[in-house]
Ligand binder design. Sequence first.
Ligand SMILES: NC(=O)c1ccc[n+]([C@@H]2O[C@H](COP(=O)([O-])OP(=O)(O)OC[C@H]3O[C@@H](n4cnc5c(N)ncnc54)[C@H](O)[C@@H]3O)[C@@H](O)[C@H]2O)c1
Length: 490
Amino acid sequence: MLISASRGYKELPTLTAISLDQINRALSSRLTPWTDLATAATPSTSTARPTRPPSQSPSLPPPFQTSSPHHPGLPPSPRGRYPFILYPSSFIRACPNSNATHRTHHKLVSIHRKTRFNLPRQGLRKMSTLTAITSSTSPLASAFKKQKVAIIGSGNWGSAIARIAGNNALKLSDIFEYEVSMYVYEEDFNGKPLTQVINELHENPKYLPGIKLPENVVAYPSAAKAAEGATLLVFVLPHQFIRSVCTQLKGQINPEAYAISMIKGVEVKDGEISIFADVIEETLGVECAALSGANIANEVAEDKFSETTIGHREGEKGKEAAELFFKLFDTPTFKVGMIEDVAGVSLCGALKNVVAIAAGFTDGLGWGDNAKAAIMRIGLLEMKRFSEEFFKGVKPETFTETSAGVADLITTCFGGRNRKCAEAFVKTGKSFEVLEKELLNGQKLQGSETAREIHEFLKARGKVDDYPLFKAVYSIAYEGIDAHDLTSKL
Ligand SMILES: NC(=O)c1ccc[n+]([C@@H]2O[C@H](COP(=O)([O-])OP(=O)(O)OC[C@H]3O[C@@H](n4cnc5c(N)ncnc54)[C@H](O)[C@@H]3O)[C@@H](O)[C@H]2O)c1
């Protein structure tokens, strides 16, 4: 939000940023009533001259109203959208009350026309120099409201990211509200509801044991309750649950909210493929970015250094959302980068899990590091080719230069649950379904499921043979082909 001193108020230094606490402090100081400035006002560059209806009391309206009767040219906050009373700056200059509080107030709330708020153009043209006064009782004051964060999900990664968001919300208390709500799919943990355990212990002992969550992270068993009033929604669920949770949230969320998807997967339905940022955007009607990177949850939770990437939409809204999410997540040990490529970031996160299954097969076969490096190289090329072939606007550098691309591929092929289960698949001969239950303690396996979905999609298009590594992973995982055949067609 860009806030500056009114151009008509020369004494004021330009303010490029303003903290909500500053504004609140100023607003909480009681302002003395205005004297009749309609006659006292000096001529200004503004063409809108102060007038007051005869029925009006001699003093100007007290601050904190939703519209100014002195400027009938300005529409009175229709649908409650305009958070300011607008006065020509001549009013402010002529204000006889020069006490410090009053002046500070004006300084703090003077707002340049080039803010994100859609002030009425006609009114602005008429009043070339404006000073805006925030209205604390106005519904429009929402423009200065703090961001309310809701984390939709509470698994291994969901809890790790809730910890970061909670800590940053505490540190940046002028931007974020104190409470960070977290939707927890309710289940029993040692005879108690998991939400209760999390709220009592400030820890998620089922999915992120041994890591303390800040006390402002509050668990809710209902997604709608957790998302109530949220302006920033963080979707961090295994992809199989996204549709059902979005259905619970439909019509329940703030339509002005920004969302971000941390889901590593794709949805394939009726031969069509979608990334989850698009599913969320279409289902809930909110702009949705994506975050992905080389981020093994336990390492991030222990504050071991890692990088991540936010892929955002184009345009001002896309950038604004990305900057807010940057502030919510960036820390000295969790470095956030940004790129205008939601699809590329999302697809990297989904497809690298299929490559990680292949990497796990090589571990199970005892083939060594050279073989794994070859799988990773071929896998990266297939990931990039697939994304460019089926999605518009994907940037090649997302794959080669960001944490979401090559870095996440490397980490997933060396660590992570997909590699681990694929190694066990070769060594034990058990199915992925069984191994997920035996090895992951309730966590969900994404790579085998994504391999199946990608195969279904390519088959519908007659393109299975164009992606030999993806095909080999599917055939070994689901068609009983020997893992030794992994590289035979590459
Ligand atoms: N764990 C990681 O290291 C990591 C890192 C980056 C991204 N991701 C991605 O983040 C997403 C979330 O993964 P995670 O690790 O937080 O989850 P997880 O696999 O650790 O946990 C499973 C979660 O699903 C919930 N769940 C189970 N049944 C459910 C249902 N019917 N409805 C709704 N929720 C249900 C559980 O409560 C739990 O929170 C995934 O897409 C994953 O690929 C994970």
